[in-house]
Design a protein around this ligand. Structure first.
Ligand SMILES: [Zn+2]
Length: 85
């Protein structure tokens, strides 16, 4: 789903103040997706994924290196309200 403009604006303000360098290729140029992504937590039984009604998730904003495509994700709940100041 598309990010709310206020959330993306707040992220961009903070992201642009952070030093960032791709850990894979060293590039300093990143793209930022304007849609919310999710990290999903699925149940499993042994080594198999078990389909259940409840799927936990962590909403994130995804950035990607413009040279090699390496992807980073930032937890929306944390950057909007940092636990550590
Ligand atoms: Zn890279």
């Amino acid at each position: 789903m598309k990010l709310e403009k206020s959330v993306l604006d707040e992220f961009m303000k903070k992201f642009n103040q952070m030093p960032h360098r791709c850990p894979v290729c060293g590039c300093e140029k990143f793209g930022v997706s304007d849609f919310e992504t999710q990290i999903l937590s699925l149940d499993r039984q042994g080594s198999d994924i078990a389909i259940s009604k409840e799927i936990s998730h962590l909403p994130t904003i995804t950035t990607h290196c413009l040279h090699c495509g390496h992807i980073d994700q930032f937890a929306i709940s944390v950057f909007l309200n940092p636990v550590v100041k």
